[in-house]
Every structure is written in structure tokens, then in C-alpha cells.
Design a binder for this molecule. Structure first.
Ligand SMILES: [Zn+2]
Length: 96
């Protein structure tokens, strides 16, 4: 891991979940370059952390989650017309 002066581990502002593409939460997962502790994705249950900044690790988590049938971490947030294939399109290109 490079630690150049002024370099931050994450983006200034990111509300979309890197694992599942969920983006209905007004609270960001990443803010000012750091993971927003306590922001847990209601869909896949991912918590932003320094550990999900590798695309390989993300794909592993995503694959496991999908393999379980993509269960919602907070089922009460699940929209009736939820479409997983539409949602995963929102995953930022660099995390696909
Ligand atoms: Zn998610």
C-alpha cells in the first residue's frame, strides 16, 4: 500500500454500494476519503472498510452473496419491485 502524503484510501463521496450497487441510501459509504463507519448496506450487508478496496476481495464477497441467493441484510428495505440485475448495473465500473 502506497502512502503518499495527502493520498486517501477512498473517494470524497460515494453512496453506491461497491458490492451490490444499492444506491438508495442518502448516507455515503465513503466520505472525505474514508469509510463511513456504521454505514451498512441494507441490501448485501457490506460495511465500507479498508478491506473492501481490492476488486478481487469485492468480487469474492459479491460472488458469495449472489451464491446465497442475494439475501437482503435488512429485508424490510427490500422494494417489492426489486430487480437485482438492474441494481448491479449501478456498481461503479472500477468495482465490477
Ligand atoms: Zn450492498
Amino acid at each position: 500500500m502506497t502512502s503518499e502524503p495527502g493520498s486517501l484510501p477512498g473517494p470524497e463521496w460515494e453512496t453506491v454500494c461497491r458490492i451490490c450497487g444499492h444506491d438508495d441510501d442518502p448516507e455515503p459509504f465513503w466520505e472525505s476519503g474514508w469509510p463511513n463507519e456504521g454505514a451498512i448496506c441494507p441490501c448485501c450487508g457490506n460495511e465500507p472498510s479498508m478491506n473492501d478496496v481490492s476488486v478481487v476481495g469485492l468480487r469474492e464477497k459479491r460472488g458469495y452473496w449472489l451464491g446465497q441467493g442475494a439475501p437482503w441484510d435488512s429485508p424490510s428495505f427490500r422494494p417489492d419491485d426489486w430487480a437485482i440485475l438492474e441494481q448491479v448495473k449501478h456498481i461503479p465500473a472500477e468495482w465490477r
